[in-house]
Write a protein that binds this ligand. Structure first.
Ligand code: NAP
Ligand code: F7E
Length: 362
């Protein structure tokens, strides 16, 4: 039985990858951090599985990483742990560099110091943010990098140190240059999930308005569940190589809004420009989307569009398994149910409080 170690197992991708590898018959080990609140929601359903194990560790703590790697002695490591929010990286640049740059080095060194350099394959979660202020469209494995945020600069170190260890020590370590991938498990402050949750809340009368930043920003959005398969395929390849993983399709934040709101039954019309642009519900004339300077970044990446030809050709991966329309629908359907459950819970709580007050129940 092959052993895999996943850092970032509590995150969106980590949770899907853990499910995928368990289905493939792996013994799956994950690194988790201690927290004062429960943050294991995405992997709660896997706890108790006989081949699912969790270990405390932190990418900023080399001893903990060395200890986990040397104890587990994995055949494959998927290094997904990161401070992954681009806007937040402007607020915590040093922490972002420590985890997203030096953290990668700690994983590579832990493998070497544990005597696993010739047996353990390593996947590094790299990113389309490396293309940043883009120098060509669409972007492929040969497009020059131009990182444009503290997050991207840190991830660029991660990319190069992986390449260095591959060449210097002949290690099987690779980077997947993944374009944005979303899902019903996406963190709620990334733009797609922020939109699908708000659309569901607005449709069910729980929110009046959604405030966003740059509506014209363009992204190549795929489905996270499809992308974790590619992480595994990259490590099953004959040679250690880097791959761009994307759908090959590009849409704006504005288009994402239009589709998500359409899926909850609201047709949007956008009027105005820049900071004055508004999204109006055509049926009621009410403004449901406004632009706020709070969600603009000091430098923003606005034109990401990936060319997944190499992954298609060499790994046999299908980049359009889930279409853009299907992705939005999956997320909206999930969030409509989530909001409906929250409303039902509130209703029950209100009635319970009333019954207790009136003495109907004691
Ligand atoms: P995510 O949901 O934000 O998950 C990040 C994970 O990293 C969480 O499990 C988090 O643990 C963990 N983590 C953060 N700091 C850590 C530390 N110091 N030590 C140990 N673990 C730490 O991110 P994601 O969307 O799944 O992305 C996975 C990886 O792919 C990240 O490296 C991200 O930068 C990269 N990436 C993502 C995308 C995308 O579109 N999703 C695209 C390209 C690349 P807690 O739960 O304890 O916070
Ligand atoms: O922003 C714009 C924003 O935060 C997408 C991470 O997984 O993918 C992700 O990074 C775009 C940007 O993702 C809001 O300015 C407008 O242009 O959803 P996002 P991201 O920055 O692309 C890459 C590939 C990663 O590697 C990262 O780990 O949408 N935008 N209005 C907004 N963004 C947010 N978050 N919130 C807004 O209100």
């Amino acid at each position: 039985m092959k052993k895999a170690l996943i850092t970032g197992i509590t995150g969106q991708d980590g949770s899907y990858l853990a499910e995928f590898l368990l289905e493939k018959g792996y013994d799956v080990h994950g690194v988790i951090r201690r927290s004062s609140v429960d943050y294991r929601e995405r992997i709660a359903h896997l706890e108790g599985h006989p081949h699912f194990h969790l270990h405390y560790g932190d990418l900023s703590d080399s001893m903990s990483i060395l200890s986990v790697v040397s104890t587990v002695r994995p055949d494959e490591i998927y290094n997904l742990a990161a401070q992954s929010h681009v806007q937040v990286s402007f607020d915590v640049p040093e922490f972002t560099a420590d985890v997203d740059a030096t953290g990668v080095l700690r994983v590579l060194e832990a493998v070497r110091l544990s005597g696993l350099k010739d047996t353990c394959r390593i996947y590094q979660a790299s990113t389309s943010e490396l293309y940043g202020k883009v120098e060509e469209v669409p972007q492929n494995e040969n497009t020059p990098f131009h990182p444009y945020s503290p997050y991207a600069v840190a991830k660029q170190y991660g990319f190069w140190i992986v390449k260095e260890y591959r060449e210097a020590y002949n290690m099987f370590c690779c980077s997947g240059i993944l374009f944005n991938h979303e899902s019903e498990r996406r963190g709620e402050t990334f733009v797609t999930r922020k939109i699908t949750l708000a659309a569901a809340r607005i449709a069910q009368g729980k929110q009046d308005k959604l405030y966003l930043g740059n509506l014209s920003s363009l992204r190549d959005w795929g489905y996270a569940r499809d992308y974790v398969e590619c992480m595994w395929l990259i490590l099953q390849n004959d040679k250690p190589e880097d791959f761009v993983i994307a759908t090959g399709e590009q849409h704006s934040v504005r288009e994402f809004c239009q589709l998500a709101f359409h899926d909850v039954g609201i047709e949007l019309e956008f009027v105005g420009e820049g900071m004055n642009e508004k999204g109006i519900d055509k049926a009621t004339g009410k403004t449901v989307i406004e632009v706020s300077p709070d969600f603009y970044r000091p430098t923003d990446v606005v034109n990401l569009w990936g060319d997944p030809s190499k992954a298609k050709r060499e790994l046999g991966w299908n980049p359009t398994k889930t279409t853009f329309e299907q992705l939005v629908k999956i997320m909206v359907d999930h969030d409509m149910k989530k909001v409906a459950v929250e409303r039902a819970e509130e209703h029950i709580k209100t009635n319970l409080a009333e019954y207790l007050e009136k003495g109907v129940i004691k």
